[in-house]
Design a protein around this ligand. Structure first.
Ligand code: UD1
Ligand code: CA
Length: 458
């Protein structure tokens, strides 16, 4: 449950120079989800409201995350993480929240549980709480400084860290996850200076300022916190992605999913694979996809926001996006199901069949080489090889309706809008431009003539 007294601020205005990409860094994806989306999920699960500080590529960020736009705060110049929080502060104050959670937008593996832990620490006796990790090699992360009694005395950024001045490197670093008491920390926030090598306002300086003033500063050192550290380079992105992938796969295996070649199975964090579902790698199950118990997804398939119900099967090399297979339905190998494609119970599509906004009724079949767009196909109908719904006239899209039990001969063009009645038959090679009544036979093609003796000489 989100805490009513807490507001979250996601810092996402930076460019991410080390990614060498035109996209703002927070839009880089991990298992098909943007880093920002994952961070926002964690933030929303604990905080009543979420602000996002944007700057670099803000239009792209808005387009990718319209649900966050209401909480956008613009940081025109990226003058540092402390400056980013200053820019958001009016809205933090206006929210009336007593606590402010701060998360860097480049920490895709942050979880609701760890953030919840941090909040609890902050709300039960700290003015500033933050999470640290101990790394074998602290690299470019901010170093946590402690005094003789182990008390936290500050954070020094890697660029400014000097063992002669700050003491030996303990490898304890700042993860960038903070929770501040709003009233207690306000003065410190606005007394940050840019007296450091980067010439930026560092949020991390709040720790030293608060400690020096005798405020309650609490560092939560977590053994496993390395995973919450920021992603700054393609290498770090790949390792975060692989870590999340293998965690999800392990969880699915222990819950009772059947995974063949699990090392090449990719399941997104928002996808649901039920115990008893069977996946064969390599495959990717992304977005809000769902694979039900007893359903099967074979190798080399990609599903995005697709639903595969019990007993349904997605065969090799198929690609599904916002499509649904109901119980016992089957698609592929080599099926392409685009948004709005639905295979009702026991319906089947075979190789090189593309469907878009089209429904195949129970038990209906389209075995080979077809395009079905803006169409409904009744129960038990059979769509012959090479059938095409001509749904587009260059300006508008039109519907094709095929009745239950109809049989469409091979290589038929159905020029929409058009209706083929129930139990109607359409001869192979027809171009159907007019409705076909129920139970009628329609043939619309050139007649065959046989000219004796006009063939090859023997
Ligand atoms: C930051 C911390 C460092 C910590 C590390 C953990 C600071 C000064 N340093 O370093 O102690 O170990 O994270 O991953 O905070 N951003 C803005 N506006 C700005 C600058 C940055 O919104 O003006 C955003 C970025 O988009 C990013 C986040 O803040 O999402 C962190 O910035 P980044 O430059 O990645 O900081 P690090 O150098 O990684
Ligand atoms: Ca970072």
């Amino acid at each position: 449950m989100p805490h009513q007294n807490t507001i979250a601020v996601i810092l996402a205005a930076g460019k991410g120079t080390r990614m060498h990409s035109d996209k703002p860094k927070v839009l880089q994806t991990v298992l098909g989800e943007t880093m920002l989306g994952l961070v926002a999920d964690a933030a929303r699960s604990v905080a009543a409201s979420v602000l996002t500080v944007v700057g670099h590529g803000q239009d792209m960020v808005a387009k990718a995350h319209p649900e966050l736009v209401e909480g956008f705060v613009l940081q025109e110049k990226q003058l540092g993480t402390g400056h980013a929080l200053q820019v958001a502060w009016d809205r933090v104050r206006a929210s009336g929240a007593s606590h402010c959670l701060i998360i860097n937008g480049d920490t895709p593996l942050v979880t609701a549980e760890v953030v919840e832990d941090l909040l609890e620490t902050a709300q039960t006796g700290a003015d500033l709480a933050f999470i640290t990790a101990v790394l074998p090699y602290a690299g470019t992360f901010g170093r946590v400084l402690r005094g003789a009694a182990g008390e936290v005395t500050g954070i020094v950024e890697a660029k400014d860290y000097d063992p002669a001045q700050h003491g030996p490197d303990t490898g304890e670093v700042n993860t960038g996850l903070f929770c501040l008491g709003v009233a207690a920390m306000e003065n410190f926030l606005f007394s940050l200076t840019d007296a450091n090598r980067a010439g930026e306002l560092y949020i991390t300086d709040l720790v030293g300022l608060a400690a020096e003033a005798g405020l309650r500063v609490h560092a939560l050192r977590r053994e496993d916190a390395g995973e919450f550290l920021g992603v700054n380079s393609p290498l770090e992105l790949a390792s975060a992605e692989e870590r999340l992938r293998s965690d999800i796969v392990d969880r699915l295996l222990s819950s009772g999913c059947l995974l063949h070649h699990p090392a090449s199975v990719v399941v997104g964090p928002n996808a649901v694979v039920e115990p008893g579902a069977e996946l064969t790698g390599p495959c990717r199950i992304l977005g809000r996809s769902k694979v039900a118990r007893g359903a099967k997804v074979c190798a080399f398939c990609q599903l995005t926001d697709a639903i595969v119900e019990a007993g349904a099967e997605v065969r090799e090399f198929s690609h599904l996006e916002s499509a649904r297979l109901e119980a016992g339905a089957a698609a592929g190998p080599y099926a392409r199901l685009r948004p709005g494609a639905v295979l009702m119970e026991n319906a089947r599509v075979g190789n090189f069949v593309e469907m878009k906004k089209a429904v195949l009724g129970p038990g209906a079949k389209a075995g080979h080489l077809s395009y079905l767009g803006d169409a409904t196909v009744g129960a038990g109908a059979n769509i012959g090889a090479g059938t095409i719904t001509c749904n587009y006239d260059g300006t508008n899209k039109h519907q094709t309706e095929i009745g239950a039990g109809a049989f469409i001969g091979s290589n038929t063009a159905l020029v929409a809008p058009v209706r083929v009645g129930e139990n109607a038959l359409v001869g192979a090679g027809s171009v159907i431009t007019k409705d076909v009544p129920d139970s009628a036979l329609a043939i619309a093609r050139g007649r065959q003539s046989n000219l004796p003796g006009h063939g090859k000489k023997p």
